[in-house]
Design a protein around this ligand. Structure first.
Ligand code: CP3
Length: 343
């Protein structure tokens, strides 16, 4: 595959690039009026996810409108529980809800290890997006980390504390491992399918890493992320574990190329703890609520702290829907300009 812009892939392989690549978590979505238009045509979120033509369209929008160095396939981490047999609904302005959730071993009766083909609509969206991108930028595939997916399957939706999911780890550890193993195997099948369909690099989102103790994190999350990283050998892998500052030394040992960082993680300290990794991140998305001058200043500070090499610029978590598009563009343009002039 010949790319017009392969900055992200070069950076992920630790090759020197003429500037720092930049993309954003949740770059496709409600901040863009163009997304809201397509979303209205689709009527609901799941139809958008399951219609490859529309999913490809919103995947490419941020490349055209924001000028990011990569596209990320438009989907959701919750397609995995659905493929395993646990249906979810995306409720307007509320988020995901599972009509049935997993509480005991009996609830596993309708649940199976998913095969990639069961997520054919995502694979079709990847193939179509790759054709339409035509080498302009690489395409990122993704999945949730097993622990984050487990949290939704047990909790039945979002939560501030995820206390039901954590209770399960304390009260039914063996059963928890059984479910985590099934999610891990499904995720390996799915990510391999995404890479075969054309994803150039994949990211694993562990959004709820930060609510576990270091000991629990090692046992119930990192172990399964490591299994996924070991199984993926034909594309670079990014692991983003939000709030897992306590696991950085362990994450340096994963068979992945890139570690995503949130804004709680000090940059210099992270360089010392993860010397073998390319680091991605980590500006607080809330910094984009400031003035354009504030955004420029904060972005330059971030670029200076990471230095010119071994960095992929991003936010420390996804964009919030009420962040203004011109602030987002300012972040992207500042990364591009400042990181080219700084070297
Ligand atoms: O642009 C991209 O980043 C690609 C698409 C993408 C979405 N979800 C689309 C989406 C990605 C990578 C995700 C991942 C995801 N989904 C995560 C992990 C990343 C993170 O933010 O920590 C999680 C935890 C989910 C589950 C999820 N999906 C929640 C909790 C919600 C509701 C909260 C919210 O932000 O609305 C969603 C909905 C969702 N997923 C939307 C989008 C664009 C908004 C729905 C809409 O358009 O109506």
């Amino acid at each position: 595959m010949h790319f017009q812009n392969d900055l992200l892939l070069k950076a992920a392989k630790a090759e020197t690039t003429q500037r720092t690549p930049v993309w954003l978590m949740r770059q496709a979505g409600r901040i863009l009026p163009e997304y809201r238009k397509v979303r209205a045509i689709a009527k609901d979120f799941k139809t958008l996810v399951k219609t490859p033509e529309l999913a490809a369209e919103v995947t490419i929008q941020p490349v055209d409108i924001l000028g990011v160095d990569a596209a990320i396939i438009f989907s959701d981490i919750l397609v995995i529980p659905e493929a395993m047999g646990l249906n979810y609904e995306m409720e307007e302005s509320k988020g995901p809800v599972f009509p049935k959730c997993i509480m005991s071993p009996a609830d596993l009766s309708g649940i199976h290890v998913a095969q990639a083909e069961e997520l054919h609509y995502v694979l079709d969206a990847i193939k179509l997006t790759k054709r339409q991108l035509n080498g302009r930028v690489p395409l990122i595939g993704f999945s949730g980390a097993p622990w984050t997916i487990f949290s939704y399957m047990v909790e039945g939706g979002g939560s501030k504390t995820f206390s039901k999911a954590k209770k399960m780890l304390y009260t039914q550890p063996e059963f928890s491992h059984r479910l985590l193993t099934m999610i891990t195997e499904s995720t390996i099948n799915y990510l391999k399918g995404q890479i075969t369909a054309g994803a150039d690099i994949v990211q694993i989102f562990d959004s709820w890493a930060g609510i576990l103790s270091p000991e629990q994190y090692a046992e119930f999350s990192l172990k399964y992320i490591a299994r996924i990283c070991d199984a993926i050998d034909n594309a670079p892998t990014i692991v983003f574990a939000k709030g897992a500052y306590f696991a950085r030394e362990e994450m340096n040992k994963l068979h992945c190329q890139v570690i995503g960082m949130d804004w709680n993680m000090d940059i210099q300290e992270s360089r010392k703890m993860m010397p073998d990794k390319i680091l991605q991140g980590n500006l607080d998305p809330c910094a984009l609520y400031g003035s354009l001058d504030d955004v420029k200043r904060e972005t330059r500070k971030m670029i200076d702290a990471f230095g010119p090499r071994r960095h992929i610029a991003n936010l420390g978590h996804g964009l919030y829907p009420d962040i203004e598009v011109d602030k987002v563009k300012c972040f992207i343009d500042t990364v591009k300009e400042y990181s080219s002039s700084a070297r």
